[in-house]
Write a protein that binds this ligand. Structure first.
Ligand code: HPA
Length: 243
């Protein structure tokens, strides 16, 4: 079993990861966001890819999700941990909270290439549970082991970006059951499912979504909150990989 880790904004490396190999892959769908770093933490292997490239230059709508997921598959990864920054819509989800995602609402459109089945043969994958329930349970246990409070479930609504949302959009997203909003979960999760990989989503709430608090959202707030939470995420990932 090989585990892949997709790092989102703020997660560009993992301390303690001893890199044994860096692999540059070109795929039938173009190039992934960066080289894949293969390494070990406590003798356990992990394949790491920063979603937005190195340095962070690829915006959410320009990420080559197909190449990224294909690259993991070609490296024999069968489980992916996907880390991302999100805005909190649900009033119980505060900046700094870590959410183990269980559902997705996809509001992306347009330019994102979102399937490997765009040729003659189409397979309509089951996507009832977009994230792997077993992996989520496993991560919940890992969070207990290290005494890290997490939100054990949450619905991620994926917007196209790169602009942030209007207050009314967020109000609408809240009404249809979204807890957090971000720009990268789709089509990443469905592409992983198309290639029969198990994926789980760990999100850090970096800010209140538009209109949820009176304060205007700034990019600095997102970066600062992520910085503060990143050590928790790293500890959680390490605990998951150890077992
Ligand atoms: N909206 C969309 N994406 C995000 C946000 C947000 O408020 N925060 C972090 N990623």
């Amino acid at each position: 079993m090989r585990i892949g880790l997709i790092g989102g904004s703020g997660l560009y490396e993992i301390e303690g990861l001893e890199i044994t190999n860096e692999v540059s892959i070109s795929t039938p769908y173009g190039n992934p966001s960066s080289v894949y770093k293969i390494g070990t933490i406590d003798d356990k292997e992990i394949v790491f890819l920063p979603r937005h490239g190195t340095p962070h230059t690829i915006p959410p709508h320009k990420i080559n999700y197909r190449a990224n997921i294909w690259g993991f598959k070609s490296l024999d990864v069968d489980r992916i941990i996907s880390v991302s920054a999100v805005g909190g819509i649900n009033k119980d989800f505060f900046p700094g909270h870590i959410v183990l995602l269980d559902q997705i609402i996809d509001m992306t459109y347009g330019a994102r290439e979102s399937t490997f089945y765009d040729k003659e043969s189409v397979i309509h994958i089951d996507f009832t549970d977009p994230y792997c329930p077993e992996m989520r349970d496993f991560i919940i246990k890992a969070s207990h082991n290290i005494k890290l409070p997490v939100k054990p479930s949450g619905t991620y609504i994926c917007v196209n970006g790169p602009r942030l949302e209007t207050a009314k959009e967020i109000q609408f997203f809240s009404m249809i059951g979204a807890d957090v909003v971000g720009m990268t979960a789709m089509p990443e999760a469905s592409l992983a499912r198309e290639l029969e990989m198990c994926i789980c989503g760990i999100s850090v709430v970096t800010n209140y979504a538009a209109g949820i608090s009176d304060k205007k959202l700034t990019a600095t707030e997102v970066v600062e909150t992520m910085k503060n939470s990143i050590n928790n995420i790293k500890s959680l990932v390490k605990e998951v990989i150890k077992h």
